[in-house]
Design a protein around this ligand. Structure first.
Ligand code: ADP
Ligand code: MG
Ligand code: MG
Length: 252
């Protein structure tokens, strides 16, 4: 589904990603861990098509298509969902209105009919049920005064509505309380399916206690230096990232 080959990315004149390769198959959940500054968020931003990230080498294929050649909206239309690391607050804009606009933008880019209010509400109810959520967040302003956990529930709800094939979530290195971590984990677990893949970028080993990824990768200095099963996350918890640094030092 996703194939990243030897990706090199430069940001503000510095080489940040330095030969990153990764393959994700449908139905899989991959976790990407690594110390602060490893380039995890940079990877997320490049996949999202953010400006300021210069791809100097390598390829990214999504279902056989060149993902990097697509505009951000085209990536969404193709079925790639990228959660924002810092969700925007849009006070005064009703969350339901915002979500419907996001869904209809995606449908329009696919050449599909927009959903009318009735169809949209049907979809909303269906997804609320899947995620065991109440509709209280829908009637507020977009992320307005939301707690960390509420923001995460809202982000996961948006993900559920858009029904992506590939969801990439970047969980920040700070500011996520247990409530927020659980909101992410519960959402990912409820939305796992044989034709949907997740890439969860995180600094927290703890998140992986709730998610149980199929594959865990460790990133350091702009590439993946170790891959394994969920046990790799526990080794990291025990030995810390210094253990990985020792292992890659001879090559650097
Ligand atoms: P991580 O998410 O693993 O903590 P990042 O991808 O945020 O790492 O950052 C990797 C490196 O790239 C860091 O050294 C950071 O300072 C640098 N970097 C990231 N974004 C920018 C930017 N916009 N301008 C300059 N340097 C950046
Ligand atoms: Mg960081
Ligand atoms: Mg980061």
């Amino acid at each position: 589904m996703l194939k990243i080959e030897n990706l090199h990315v430069r940001v503000a004149g510095r080489d940040i990603l330095r030969g990153l390769s990764l393959e994700v198959a449908p139905g899989q959940v991959h976790a990407i861990m690594g110390p602060n500054g490893a380039g995890k968020s940079t990877l997320g931003h490049v996949l999202a098509g953010r400006e300021g990230y210069e791809v100097v080498e390598g390829r990214v294929e999504f279902e056989g298509r060149d993902l990097l050649a697509l505009e951000p909206e085209q990536r969404a239309a193709a079925g790639v969902f990228l959660a924002f690391q810092y969700p925007v607050e849009i006070p005064g804009v009703n969350n339901t209105y915002f979500l419907r606009a996001a869904l209809n933008a995606q449908r329009k880019a696919r050449g599909e009919e927009e959903l009318d209010s009735m169809q949209f509400l049907k979809r909303v109810r269906e997804k609320l049920a899947v995620l065991h959520l109440k509709d209280e967040l829908l009637h507020r302003g977009v992320n307005e005064g939301f707690s960390g956990g509420e923001k995460k529930r809202n982000e996961i709800f948006q993900l559920a509505l858009l029904e992506p094939k590939l969801a990439i979530l970047d969980e920040t290195d700070s500011g996520l309380d247990i409530d927020a971590l659980k909101a992410v984990a519960d959402g990912v677990n409820a939305l796992r399916s044989p034709d949907r893949a997740f890439v969860v970028i995180t600094h927290y080993q703890r998140l992986l206690d709730y998610i149980r990824p199929d594959v865990v990768h460790v990133m350091a200095e702009g590439r993946i230096v170790e891959s394994g099963g969920p046990e790799l996350a526990h080794q990291l918890e025990q030995h810390g990232y210094a253990w990985i640094r020792d292992r890659i030092a001879p090559e650097a």
